[in-house]
Design a protein around this ligand. Structure first.
Ligand SMILES: [Zn+2]
Length: 183
């Protein structure tokens, strides 16, 4: 028996999506593309637009954000969040309004930034309510669903891929606990 979520959904639909390409698979795959290395840890980063960085940094730092693309350092151990090598402009994780979920010590760990839903909430909902699709889970927790990935998610892209991997994590926890449930 498979514990995988076979019907992944996304937070975005025509009525609320401000960016129809936020879930575009080729853009999401861009996460793994080789790009400019982080000036501190030298890991390759992920391309992020200026608009996303402007919405992520603390209000007093917005003016310092260039009208140019940045890279997001994807190394969980590195304190650098965004960097632009050409202009030597960098922002650290402490300069960002929300914890970046894949960085060490991220608290809370958001599964969906648009709807402010944490990894723990998703896992709990999968286990307790048996929901296995992103839309049902977001609606179950929040009652409504918003999509502003370009300005709310640190990557500027849709969280659906990460969200669905958390659903699968919840399902496997649920399956491993099954023997212990008495009711
Ligand atoms: Zn780094």
């Amino acid at each position: 028996m498979s514990s995988k979520n076979l019907n992944p959904t996304c937070c975005c639909n025509e009525s609320t999506s401000e960016s129809s390409d936020c879930c575009n698979e080729t853009i999401i795959i861009g996460f793994k593309e080789k790009t400019e290395p982080c000036p501190v840890c030298e890991n390759n980063g992920m391309l992020v637009g200026s608009i996303t960085v402007k919405h992520m940094v603390l209000d007093e730092l917005v003016e310092q954000v260039l009208d140019d693309n940045y890279h997001l350092c994807t190394n969980e151990k590195c304190d650098i969040a965004y960097y632009n090598l050409k202009s030597n402009s960098t922002f650290e994780t402490k300069d960002i309004k929300v914890p970046i979920w894949f960085k060490k010590d991220a608290d809370p760990k958001y599964a969906c930034y648009c709807n402010k839903i944490t990894e723990d909430q998703v896992i709990k909902t999968v286990i307790e309510k048996g929901l296995t699709n992103m839309k049902d889970i977001v609606l179950g927790i929040n009652g409504n669903m918003e999509c502003h990935c370009k300005t709310k998610n640190p990557t500027g892209k849709c969280c659906s891929k990460v969200f669905n991997s958390i659903i699968n994590k919840g399902l496997s926890i649920k399956n491993s606990k099954r023997n212990n449930i008495t009711h």
